[in-house]
Design a protein around this ligand. Structure first.
Ligand code: XMP
Length: 538
């Protein structure tokens, strides 16, 4: 096991995730190498660790090592004798520990840099083993080393960073100023492999099966023999995988609730119900609250945020009422105990801030991406959060889903937002408008599947625009609505490019929609990438 100590590395900004922390990328890359890594806060005391790591990685972080109150690693870690790799802040931390010569840089260095690896005999060479001497790397730092710490060598430089890589003469201590864990450092994975496998000799026997076993065991230990868990499902990949995992761990002591908000896709509710109960054996309650949602959405004409807020709070009301019913019923069961846990299918990219350290200068709070989580249930009724997918990325969740026997169509399903079609009907949401968008969406997705394109596209949907255009249908002049089609490719949903259909395909979809969907006389294709657009239209 490699121990990754998290200093709370900050890397990307998006609309909904103002600050993302990317230390988990290191553990993700190690998992890609089949190496098991445990991530712990940077303040972890060695004495409190019940196992001995094969090696330690110190992550990047937003602090300055020389600041009062900046986080520092337990000095005992350096005495353990296992290899240590410091990344960015981690490099500065190693230098700080070996002479404290770290200073504020005159300029922040951010972005691509050309790195020159310097070859030495012996262990200092091992980190760049098998790599070219010239490497493209990604830098993101403000501070730098003032001088080389005693007994260290320079093993890499860039134009602006004379100490881009350092290694101790005799001890297995390495520091690099750049980020090998991000894809902008194309050969970074090889460097991490050199460290974890070559230098630390970590075993490459970590698989999704083992991850599953460990997670099931962890859930059982956490929830106990009688504990019960409640969770919302949407029919999406994440909540389904999380639900199936809970079912594997505790069977019917997991209660899933599906709230039908009247804005789901065509036949979706029935399909989800069938798959979850019949195929996956999950204990599911479906609540039809469509009237409540659709009646409440009336009159919200030009305010997407108001729509989202209404849907979010109504969801909580409905879910809470259902939860109380389930709790009451559960309380009478002799076999089971109280519902104490709430399941959330949060993935790593949804985690806005992963807690690592609380310092006086940086107020970093523990933050769960609750995305509509019934806060007052959590606090009021003392429910505790359980997030078994918290460390995983989407592709890993899909792999887990396959291992759990979830059908291919569901595992590969495009994401669908909680507010559903309501944020794809621009302007006022009415039953009629939802029906139009729903039918057009169904046709679009049906054609995408028929053309074998579904798995090549990350997300596709039809939206209904709140405008009318003139057309001729039959011999008649019509004044009807406009459908906008959107299809994007992305790996992280934070940036996205449009999918390039061929014209025949688009023409076919357009013809079908205009012919088959009453009230629509035109179809457009949205050509906006993200940014500047977002994936959803509202
Ligand atoms: P945007 O529109 O921000 O969307 O580019 C990025 C991804 O997030 C999904 N999305 C949501 N998912 N509740 C959700 O569960 C929401 O309110 C929501 N809004 C956007 C969107 O579908 C895309 O996959």
């Amino acid at each position: 096991t490699i121990l990754t100590l998290d200093f709370g590395s900050v890397a990307l900004c998006t609309r909904k995730m103002p600050q993302k922390r990317y230390t988990h990328l290191i553990t993700r890359r190690l998992r890609e190498l089949n190496v098991y890594s445990e991530m712990l806060p940077c303040t972890q005391k060695l004495a409190d660790l019940s196992w001995k790591p094969k090696g330690i990685i110190l992550s990047g972080g937003p602090y300055s090592v020389y600041e009062e109150g900046a986080p520092h690693v337990d000095p005992a870690m350096f005495e353990l004798g296992v290899p240590i790799l410091g990344i960015c802040y981690g490099l500065q931390e190693i230098a700080w520990h070996h002479g404290k010569n770290v200073v504020a840089g005159t300029e922040r260095e951010y972005g691509h840099a050309d790195l020159q690896a310097k070859r030495f005999n012996g262990h200092v060479d091992k980190l760049f083993h098998g790599l070219e001497d010239d490497l493209k790397v990604w830098m993101s730092h403000g501070d730098k080393l003032g001088a080389l710490p005693p007994s260290f060598h320079i093993i890499a430089t860039t134009k602006n960073a004379p100490f881009a890589g350092i290694a101790h003469e005799t001890k297995p201590l390495y520091g690099i100023q750049f980020h090998p864990e991000v894809t902008h450092t194309p050969r970074g994975i090889k460097l991490l492999e050199n460290f974890a496998v070559g230098i630390c000799q970590a075993k490459q026997d970590w698989t999704m099966d083992k991850f599953l076993d460990k997670e099931v065991a962890r859930i059982r230990a956490l929830v106990g023999e009688k504990g019960q868990v409640l969770g919302a499902v949407s029919g999406g990949v994440d909540s389904t995988v999380a639900a199936k995992l809970m079912h594997e761990a505790i069977g019917d002591r997991f209660h899933a609730v599906l709230v039908d908000n009247g804005c789901m896709r065509l036949n979706e509710c029935e399909q989800v119900k069938k798959t979850l109960t019949e195929h996956l054996g999950i204990n599911l309650t479906v609540v039809d609250a469509s009237d409540l949602f659709l009646d409440g959405l009336k009159g919200i004409t030009d305010n997407p945020e108001a729509k989202r807020k209404f849907i979010g709070s109504t969801f909580i009301d409905v879910f809470e009422a259902e939860a109380l019913k389930i709790e009451k019923a559960a309380a009478n069961s002799p076999k089971a105990g109280k519902i104490e846990w709430f399941l959330q299918g949060t993935l790593y990219p949804d985690v806005i801030e992963s807690i690592s350290f609380k310092g006086p200068s940086a107020t970093i709070k523990t933050h769960h991406n609750v995305g509509g989580l019934p806060e007052r249930m959590m606090n009021g009724q003392g429910l505790k959060l359980i997030e078994p997918l918290r460390e995983l990325f989407k592709d890993e969740v899909r792999e887990m889903g396959r291992k759990l026997g979830i059908p291919h169509e569901l595992v590969m399903r495009h994401p669908f937002p909680g507010p559903g079609i309501a944020i794809r009907v621009l302007g006022e949401v009415t039953r009629e408008q939802v029906a139009i968008a729903r039918k057009a969406d169904y046709i679009f997705i049906e054609e995408i599947k028929a053309a074998g394109l579904y798995d090549q596209i990350s997300q596709a949907f039809a939206a209904l625009l709140p405008v009318r255009a003139v057309g001729v249908m039959g011999d008649k002049r019509v004044h009807q609505q406009v459908i906008s089609l959107r299809a994007v490719c992305t790996t992280d949903f934070m940036t996205a490019n449009i999918f390039r259909f061929d014209w025949d395909f688009l023409e076919r979809v357009s013809t079908r929609i205009v012919n088959e969907v009453d009230g629509v006389c035109r179809v457009e294709y949205d050509l906006t990438s993200k940014p500047p657009g977002t994936i959803e239209m509202e």
